[in-house]
Design a protein around this ligand. Structure first.
Ligand SMILES: Cc1cc2nc3c(=O)[nH]c(=O)nc-3n(C[C@H](O)[C@H](O)[C@H](O)COP(=O)(O)OP(=O)(O)OC[C@H]3O[C@@H](n4cnc5c(N)ncnc54)[C@H](O)[C@@H]3O)c2cc1C
Length: 456
């Protein structure tokens, strides 16, 4: 890293020599976004020999709202990147502003001095995490390859195996991956492959195909959102270094939501998101819906604002809404593999937040692997335990968020709720608590408690 370059996250990351074809590792991690970098780092810290494979080359951007909530902060500390991250330009948020289609608004504020989170442009956040992963992996005798696209998984047949209620594919185990680096085709092996390749992760694709006889694309309508993001300079009324991030529900484009997340220096990340199934019902695409909001209700605030060239991008969010399966989220394990982050479909259905669950699932998955006991391949039973623990940890909040996502389909309910919250301190307090406490989130989606707050 060039010590003189203040924008160090714009530099290439040197990831070392490419290992020999057929090389063996303890763990292969497919994808070097937040989930993959965190899993690879946790694995290396546990003494594993790791291979981290990333399709792109750093530096790289990821389309995102850039909000990094409280759940991520402990992981950022544990992985030792907090100081480096905070040395990059960012915004600190201590409150969240909501507005309704009728234009009422209220602010959910954390007690003085408490931070709800940060807004870090992903070009910085992902760079810092990947850089740390490279450092830890190489120190532990592992390897990292950028510009490596995993194309397929390497399978081996196994006998039976007590399948915990899931139908096919379990007679084979994943023993490695094949892919391309430049014009070279390479194959690597490990008893555990972690799928962290995001929305189109090849490990998730294989698992979903084998488990549900569906490909990832077929599953999209029900448990996916899509969102569009731009960077704007000079929007009026935004805080500069510390303050609120904003969510707005806007007449004419429900049940979607519009966000303004400042990143500092007068620049804001501005976006619009909606469930994929609802987007298909609109006559405009996401960019058109965002233009409708900016040129309509927000025209005043954007009057002197300037769109940053090349920043308009859309992407999908695989949601963690509950499924009708014994294990609730989409299946996140197979013989010899576990899925984490977007690859496991863990984005919060209400807020669109996925980074926190990506980091959490990364740590959890690695905690189920033992390189000596599992040297012949991570067994299904351990994968199932990982999935159960994942749902024990996240199930309540994801289910509540799914309910909240559904409430926003009713314009009258959103209007009524925001109007009440604006007036009632007790309701605002419950909302404030729900930013940090799971119990408060449960209260928030209890029909009786909501009824009591809204009616009395
Ligand atoms: C518009 C938008 C706004 C969002 N806003 C927020 C927000 O404000 N806060 C928040 O917490 N979350 C937000 N999210 C969700 C968040 O971006 C994701 O949940 C998060 O990026 C998940 O991290 P991940 O590491 O699982 O996946 P990714 O970040 O997608 O990383 C996957 C990595 O795998 C690599 N890869 C893919 N295929 C292969 C392959 N075949 N071989 C090798 N490598 C491969 C990719 O290049 C990439 O580096 C938003 C998402 C969108 C689309």
């Amino acid at each position: 890293m060039d010590a003189k370059n203040q924008n160090f996250w714009e530099e290439k990351i040197e990831s070392g020599p490419v290992p020999e074809n057929d090389a063996a590792f303890d763990i292969i991690v497919v994808g070097g976004g937040p989930a993959g970098s965190a899993a690879a780092s946790y694995a290396a810290l546990d003494g594993n020999k790791v291979l981290l494979l990333e399709k792109s080359n750093y530096p790289k951007d990821k389309t995102c709202g850039d909000a990094v909530g409280g759940k991520s902060l402990s992981h950022v500390e544990e992985l030792g990147v907090s100081k480096m991250l905070k040395s990059t330009p960012h915004f600190e948020f201590d409150s969240v502003l909501f507005s309704s289609p009728s234009g009422d608004e209220f602010r959910v504020e954390l007690p003085h001095g408490k931070l709800a989170g940060y807004v870090f442009p992903r070009i910085q956040f992902d760079w810092v995490l990947f850089h740390r992963a490279v450092e830890l992996i190489r120190k532990n005798g592992g390897s990292v390859i950028q510009d490596f696209t995993v194309k397929e998984l390497v399978y081996e047949n196994v006998d039976g195996g007590g399948d915990p209620g899931i139908k096919s594919g379990d007679k084979r185990k994943i023993i490695g991956v094949r892919g391309k680096h430049g014009d070279k085709k390479l194959e690597f092996h490990a008893p555990l492959t972690i799928g962290a390749g995001g929305v189109y992760c090849p490990v998730a694709d294989s698992l979903v195909r084998e488990t549900y006889d569906l490909d990832l694309v077929d599953t999209k309508k029900k448990h996916y959102s899509a969102a569009f993001r731009q960077y704007w300079k000079g929007i009026s009324g935004v805080d500069d270094k510390l303050g609120a991030i904003e969510f707005h529900y806007v007449e004419g484009v429900l049940p979607g939501y519009f966000w303004i997340f400042p990143i500092g220096n007068g620049i804001s990340n501005v976006g619009f998101g909606m469930a994929l199934a609802d987007i298909y019902k609109q006559d405009k695409k996401l960019r058109g819906l965002q233009e409708f909001v900016i040129n309509g209700r927000f025209a005043d605030r954007f009057r002197n604002a300037e769109l940053i060239d090349g920043s308009s991008k859309g992407w999908q969010l695989p949601l963690g809404s509950p499924r009708r399966t014994p294990t609730k989220p989409r299946r996140a394990f197979g013989n010899g593999c576990m899925l984490i982050g977007d690859s496991a479909s863990l984005v919060d259905p209400f807020t669109g937040e996925g980074i926190g669950n990506a980091l959490l699932s990364a740590k959890l998955a690695i905690s189920f692997f033992d390189k000596i006991v599992d040297r012949n391949g991570l067994p299904l039973e351990k994968g199932l335990k990982y999935q159960r623990k994942l749902w024990d940890t996240l199930g309540k909040e994801l289910t509540n968020s799914f309910k909240l996502q559904n409430y926003t389909r009713r314009k009258w309910l959103v209007n009524w709720f925001v109007k009440k919250a604006k007036k009632k301190q007790e309701l605002r307090r419950l909302l404030t608590e729900s930013l940090t406490s799971r119990e408060a989130q449960v209260k928030l989606t209890s029909p009786w408690i909501l009824f009591r707050h809204l009616v009395f």
